[in-house]
Design a protein around this ligand. Structure first.
Ligand code: NAD
Length: 472
């Protein structure tokens, strides 16, 4: 990078330091990467565990158990998975060569992309910052991280962890607001891994285009849940209520809305009421298991969504209670919604579950396909033909059948969206791959048969070329 071009950028020097290290080290060796992963694991699992729990309690009133399961566990298991598989992932991959390349052998290697930028959101601040970092380190990169300004306690703690665990030319964390993101996005990163909203995803992608940096965009949107009349309604409600109200609905893969066959709607709503009371008591505001909305702005956004639905004659089936001081919104279920209602147009990202009814499966599929491609699509059914039909006739980043959210937890599966819900995949090998360049290598051992066709071209060579096209 020509440093004078970015002289007035406050992160230019940091970027240059990381770039120098990348060029110097070339490929960061296996044992070094394992050492980095071990240090990060120790910091999160032992040194800073209690502080992480406390930071998330302050930022989101996140219950301790949820912090263990949805913040600490995913990072630790991602590290363990990478440690167990990294040697295999880093191996050179031999491939066959066509007869026309007789005398050569071919393989490809995964080499680090270089200096990478990770921009993360607030809803799972640790998980969604350190998760991609694990993949970036496993792949041998240097990384600058920009976490969300909305969860300031978590961001400050992550900055401390990064400072203690890594030298600045390997991994650095920069705190700040949108302006900080914009400054970082001016720099010629080799790869940008962004988790956040589709609108900001577009800004990130256009900034990346200036340097032709590759991107992984982990975005959001409206994830539908289709329930047909063969589904076990009680089990569906048990799982949907869990997936929807976990972290007070502030999850990218939470079921955004339910599409249910008209005849079973009332039964489903009653089952949801039962499970809400079971998980959070009849007064969730006093429950230790229920989180709060991240900021006043998001609280007011959700409140306005519900007001809009009410003004369009929606039915509040469950909840609908708001407490501004504590940013509490009770688990809420709404039905009888008009299509123009904000709840059916915008990603909700909060504890409000709209119910939309349908009369035929084709109608449900057409409804899903009339919207942007979702990050997740969930199906509750016992009918194999219906399940197959929904999967085949829709597109989504991921799907759970008779459950929700949990596909996120399997490191053997690619995680990510499609179009509006994301570009590229993460987790396990897919995360390693996102941060690697697959470099193709051909080695010529002996006389190459293709040399027979080098110029000057003759009639005989033309004939051989034709035979090559035909036979090889
Ligand atoms: P966001 O897009 O507002 O912010 C994400 C990050 O981008 C933050 O660090 C923020 O500082 C930065 N940012 C915000 N505006 C910017 C701008 N104009 N220019 C440059 N940078 C900017 O998202 P959020 O509110 O933090 O998170 C919620 C969204 O993220 C939801 O849409 C949700 O579905 C999505 N999400 C997706 C995943 C996933 O894995 N696919 C996970 C969590 C959240």
């Amino acid at each position: 990078m020509n440093s004078t071009t970015y002289n007035d950028n406050p992160y230019c020097q940091l970027f240059l330091k990381q770039q120098v290290r990348q060029l110097k080290v070339g490929t960061v060796p296996y044992h070094y990467r394992i050492g980095q992963l071990k240090r990060l694991k120790k910091a999160i699992e032992l040194t800073f565990r209690d502080q992480i729990i406390e930071a998330l309690r302050k930022d989101l009133n996140k219950p301790k158990l949820e912090t263990e399961l949805t913040e600490i566990y995913p990072i630790i298991s991602e590290i363990k998975f990478a440690k167990s598989n990294l040697a295999h992932w880093m191996q050179k991959q031999k491939v066959d060569s066509p007869l026309s390349m007789l005398g050569s052998s071919s393989y490809y290697i995964y080499e680090p992309k270089g200096v990478c930028l990770i921009i993360s959101p607030w809803n799972f601040p640790f998980n969604l910052t350190f998760g991609p970092l694990v993949s970036a380190i496993a792949a041998g990169n240097s990384v600058i991280i920009k976490p969300s300004e909305m969860t300031s306690n978590s961001s400050a703690l992550m900055a401390e962890i990064v400072k203690i665990v890594f030298p600045e030319d390997e991994v650095a964390l920069v705190e700040g607001e949108v302006e900080t993101s914009n400054k970082l996005l001016q720099l010629p990163f080799n790869h940008i891994f962004f988790t956040g909203s589709p609108n900001v995803g577009k800004i990130v992608m256009s900034a990346a285009a200036k340097h032709l940096a590759s991107v992984t965009l982990e975005l959001g949107g409206k994830s539908p849940t289709v329930i047909d009349n063969t589904a076990n309604i009680d089990k569906a409600a048990k799982r949907i209520v869990w997936g929807k109200f976990l972290n007070a609905g502030q999850i990218c893969v939470s079921p955004d809305y339910v599409l249910i066959e008209e005849s079973i709607k009332t039964k489903f709503v009653n089952a949801c009421k039962k499970w809400i009371e079971h998980y959070y008591t009849t007064n969730p505001t006093e429950s230790d298991s229920y989180a709060r909305i991240v900021t006043k702005k998001h609280f007011e956004r959700l409140q306005s969504y519900l007001e809009n639905a009410k003004s369009l004659d929606a039915n509040i089936e469950v909840g609908g209670d708001f407490e501004a001081d504590s940013r509490y919104i009770s688990p809420t279920i709404v039905s009888n919604l008009k299509e123009e209602t904000t709840l059916l147009k915008e990603e909700i990202f909060g504890p409000i579950l709209p119910i939309v009814t349908y009369n035929s499966l084709d109608e449900a599929i057409a409804y899903v396909n009339s919207k942007e491609r979702p990050l997740a699509l969930y199906i509750y059914s016992k009918n194999k033909r219906n399940i197959k039909k929904i999967v085949k006739n829709t597109r989504a980043g991921g799907t759970c059948i008779n459950h929700n959210v949990i596909h996120y937890a399997n490191h053997n599966l690619p995680f990510g969206g499609v179009n509006n819900s994301g570009i590229g995949k993460s987790h396990g090998f897919f995360g390693f791959k996102a941060f690697s360049n697959q470099r193709a290598v051909v080695k010529q051992h002996t006389f190459g048969i293709n040399e027979l066709l080098f110029p000057p071209y003759t009639n005989l060579k033309e004939k051989i070329a034709r035979l090559t096209v035909k036979w090889f």
